[in-house]
Design a binder for this molecule. Structure first.
Ligand SMILES: Cc1ncc(COP(=O)(O)O)c(C=O)c1O
Length: 395
């Protein structure tokens, strides 16, 4: 099919929740390059919204999936799944957590994390059920996660929202502490707010949130759906801050494109009893093969080891651009999750289209921010090329 036909099928048959999509359809990718229906090549600085950490056709990942597809995809959680235990072990051995539950998306992992927090308090203090989240956060699209996602534009179409969520001002420890009472179960936060504008949590603030949780004996849920799996230069974003969550959620790059999510928790918090939670697809054989292959590439094949240096290189290039272009208000981010906030005369969406026309896929986020989240295997040469293209575009 040509692009026109693809677009017209979408317009006729697909629910229009994504608005005006970018008029490009990719057919395949290799390394950090994507190819579209017209045979055009693009260097990818978006990775399917921070998901394809290993880029495309990463050899060991692709080989593992091929070999699994030839054997078995899914058996259900009625039976034991070998790769599930192996993936859970790998995640536990490389984090604060003791146990893992596997789900299908970031939203579902967060929903499960909130259920886990409520389930914990059912046994310890049944008055506690409310979860506090921070303004500009993004935690997903189910009704409960829309209530946790503290952004009016996501909430307004669905009011009244489910009870049990309190949204507080971002950056104010006082506002957080004032919101805590005898009904509070947990705080959920992103250490870097991705959708919210690539806003990096200030260390004093993030550690302050942990201290407040400890002081009041409530649980700390860290949503690492976007920041996890090496994106920020460490395997998990919380590791930059020296904090220890009670519960952490993952998705996006965990499967590198195979849909999956995870809830990780300390033993003391693992209150789920048999029958309390479940999933048909969560942690199926194919998804766990993907997750294990991602962990192997990050930790054993050196992908994670390169992220901090590449992130610093990219950030330096962006700061150089900022010194030449007054329209860049701020460059922020951690590792290979970087945002370029532009002034109102330079809409991020327009700069994104211009970059696409130059052969670069970049994203956007709130606060008129251009969002860069390339595959973690991006090369320094590709970073140079993007910086040169942005230089021209912004001029
Ligand atoms: C921090 C965070 N949490 C949750 C989600 C929702 O994940 P999903 O789209 O996989 O449901 C996202 C998606 O962008 C996210 O960035």
């Amino acid at each position: 099919m040509d692009l026109e036909q693809i677009i017209s099928l979408d317009k006729q048959y697909f629910m229009n929740t994504f608005g005006e999509r970018v008029p490009v359809c990719f057919t395949h990718g290799k390394g950090c390059t994507l190819y579209d229906t017209q045979g055009r090549a693009y260097t990818d600085f978006f990775a399917g919204i921070a998901t394809c950490a290993l880029g495309y056709q990463y050899p060991s990942y692709t080989a593992a999936l091929h070999s699994q597809i030839d054997k078995l995809l899914h058996t259900s959680n009625v039976f034991y799944v070998e790769n599930q235990g192996l993936l859970a072990q790998a995640l536990v051995e490389n984090s604060f957590a003791d146990r893992v539950f596997l789900a299908n998306s970031g939203t579902e992992a967060n929903e499960g994390a909130v259920k886990l927090a409520r389930r914990y308090w059912k046994d310890h203090d049944p008055r506690r059920y409310k979860v506090i989240s921070l303004m500009h956060s993004f935690h997903g699209r189910t009704l409960a996660m829309v209530a946790a996602t503290a952004q009016p534009k996501y909430q307004a179409p669905y009011t009244p929202l489910p009870d049990g969520f309190v949204n507080v001002e971002l950056g104010s420890l006082e506002a957080l502490e004032n919101a805590i009472d005898e009904t509070t179960a947990a705080v959920i936060m992103e250490v870097v707010q991705g959708e919210g504008g690539v806003t990096v949590g200030d260390p004093t603030y993030v550690r302050g949130i942990e201290s407040i949780c400890r002081k009041h004996g409530i649980l700390l849920i860290v949503d690492e759906v976007q920041t996890g799996m090496g994106r920020t230069g460490k395997l998990f974003g919380y590791q930059h801050y020296g904090i220890t969550p009670d519960i952490m959620t993952l998705a996006k790059a965990l499967g590198n494109g195979i849909p999956m999510g995870a809830i990780l928790a300390r033993d003391a918090v693992c209150a789920f009893q048999p029958g309390d939670h479940g999933s048909t697809f969560g942690g199926n054989t194919l998804a766990c093969t993907a997750g294990l292959a991602v962990m192997h590439a990050l930790l054993d094949e050196g992908v994670l080891a390169g992220v901090e240096e590449k992130g610093a290189y990219l950030k330096e290039k962006l700061l150089q651009l900022q010194s030449r272009h007054a329209c860049i208000l701020e460059v922020r981010g951690l590792g290979l999750l970087l945002g370029i906030e532009l002034d109102a005369q330079h809409p991020a969406k327009e700069v994104m289209s211009a970059a696409l026309a130059q052969g670069f896929v970049v994203g956007t986020a709130a606060r008129n921010t251009l969002r860069l989240a390339p595959p973690l295997i991006i090369s320094l040469e590709a970073i140079d090329a993007l910086a040169a293209a942005l230089d021209k575009i912004l001029a």
